[in-house]
Design a protein around this ligand. Sequence first.
Ligand SMILES: Cc1cc2nc3c(=O)[nH]c(=O)nc-3n(C[C@H](O)[C@H](O)[C@H](O)COP(=O)(O)OP(=O)(O)OC[C@H]3O[C@@H](n4cnc5c(N)ncnc54)[C@H](O)[C@@H]3O)c2cc1C
Length: 452
Amino acid sequence: MIDVLVVGGGNAALCAALMAREAGASVLLLEASPKEWRGGNSQHTRNLRCMHDAPQDVLIDAYPEEEYWQDLLKVTGGLTDEHLARLVIRASSNCRDWMRSHGVHFQPPLSGALHVARTNAFFMGGGKALVNAYFRSAERLGVQIRYDTPVASVELDGDRFVAVRTEAGERIEAKSCVLASGGFESNREWLREAWGQNERGEWPADNFLIRGTRFNQGVLLKYMIAAGADSIGDPSQGHMVAIDARAPLYDGGICTRIDCVSLGVVVNREAQRFYDEGEDFWPKRYAIWGRLVAQQPGQIAWSIIDQKAVGRFMPPVFTGTQANSLGELARKIGLDEATFVRTVQDYNAACRVGRFDHTAPFYAYPVRPGITFTYLGLKVDETAAVRFGGRPSPNLCVAGEMMAGNVLGKGYTAGVGMSIGTAFGRIAGTQAARAAKTTSKNSPETALAAAH
Ligand SMILES: Cc1cc2nc3c(=O)[nH]c(=O)nc-3n(C[C@H](O)[C@H](O)[C@H](O)COP(=O)(O)OP(=O)(O)OC[C@H]3O[C@@H](n4cnc5c(N)ncnc54)[C@H](O)[C@@H]3O)c2cc1C
C-alpha cells in the first residue's frame, strides 16, 4: 500500500508530495487535469508574499512579521486566525531556500508590475515554471504522478482516512492522505447557489469569469463537508478582480486584468459611476473591483480612459474601443450618450477647480467580475489535520485553497495565496508522512495524534 496519497496537482499538493517524499514516504499524486493543464491556479501565479527582516536577494528593505500581520488583519477585517496567520507569515521567511532546492528561481518584479519589490518574491517564468520545476523534482525523487484522475469521494472510517475513489470508479488505499484540490471557483452551479439571486432577479454568478483552472470544481470540499468535516468561511467570499469582459471563461490568467481603473472613470450599463476610482493608488485596492462590478446591473462595467493614461498601466491583452469624442465612445459601446457625457462632465467638474482637459482619443474596456479563488474551506489547526467535530483526523490533512479560509475570511493581499499553500502544503506533507510511518508501526488511531 502507498504511504501518502496527495489529491491535487497545484502548489499546495506539490509541496506536500515533495515534503512527504523527502521524509521517506512513498507518494502517489492524483491530478484531475491532463498533463498539459496541470498545476491548477498555481500555474497562473507570479509571486509569493514573504516576511523578511533585512534585504534578501530579490527582496528589498524589510517586511517584518508585524507589518505583514497588520496588512493581513486590515484586508480581512479581522476575519483571520492569528495563530495560523502568523505561522504562514513566519514560514514565508524561510521557505525559499527549500523552493530553490526543488528548482524554483526568483527574480525582482519587472518594471510596470505591481509595486511590490519589498513584499513579494517573483517566480522566474511565473507559476508555470514553478509547477514544472516541482513536478520535475517530484518525478526525480520517485513521486508517482497520475494525470486525468479526478477523485470523486473519500472513504473514511470515522475520522480516519482509508481510501479515495476516482471518478472512473477505482478505489485507491493509502496510509495517509493530503487533500489539496483547490476551492470551488470553477463550479458555476455552486457559485450561482452561493451568490444567489439579486433584487433585480439576476443570478450574478452567471456573469462571472473564472481566472484560473477549470478543474477546481470543489468536489472534495463538498464531499468532506457533507461527511462531517469542520468547515470555515462564507461561500460567497473569495478573491475577485475586474477583468476584461472578453476574457475566456477559464484560464484567462493575469493578462486579462484591467489595470487602468484609477486612471479614469468606471461606469455601469446605465452610464453611471458607482465608486471612487481614485480611492487608492492601483494596485492597492484592485481586488475590490470584482465585487463592485458584481453588484452592477448585468454585472458589467466599462473602464474609460483618455489618451493621457495610455502607457501608464500594464497594457491589457485586448485593445480598448477607441473614439475621438465621448459621444462617439458611448455610441460604440452601447451606452446612453447623453447620460454618459453628463457623467464624465460632472466628474471632471467636481474633481478639480478650474477646467480639466481630457485628451482624445478615449478608450473603453468592458469589465466583468473575474473570480480567482473561493474562501470556503476545511477548518484546520497548525498540524493541517482535517477535523471532525473539533477532533483532528489521525491521517487526513488538507492544504492550499481548500483551507485558505482559515487565514483569509475575506479580502486579500497580493501573494498570500501562495504563502498559505506553501506553508500548509509543507506541513501537511510532513504530517502525512509521519502518520503513514506511525500507521505502519502502530494502530492507525495513533498516527497524526502523535503529532498533536
Ligand atoms: C490568474 C491568477 C493569478 C494568481 N496570482 C497569484 C500570485 O501571484 N500569488 C499568489 O499568492 N496567489 C496567486 N493566485 C492564487 C493562487 O493561485 C492560489 O492561492 C494557489 O495557487 C492555490 O494553490 P492550491 O494548490 O491550493 O490550488 P491549485 O493550484 O488550484 O491546485 C488545485 C489542484 O487540484 C486539482 N483538482 C481539483 N479537483 C480535483 C479532484 N477532485 N481530484 C484530483 N485533483 C483535483 C486541480 O486540477 C489543481 O491542479 C492567483 C490565482 C489566479 C487564478
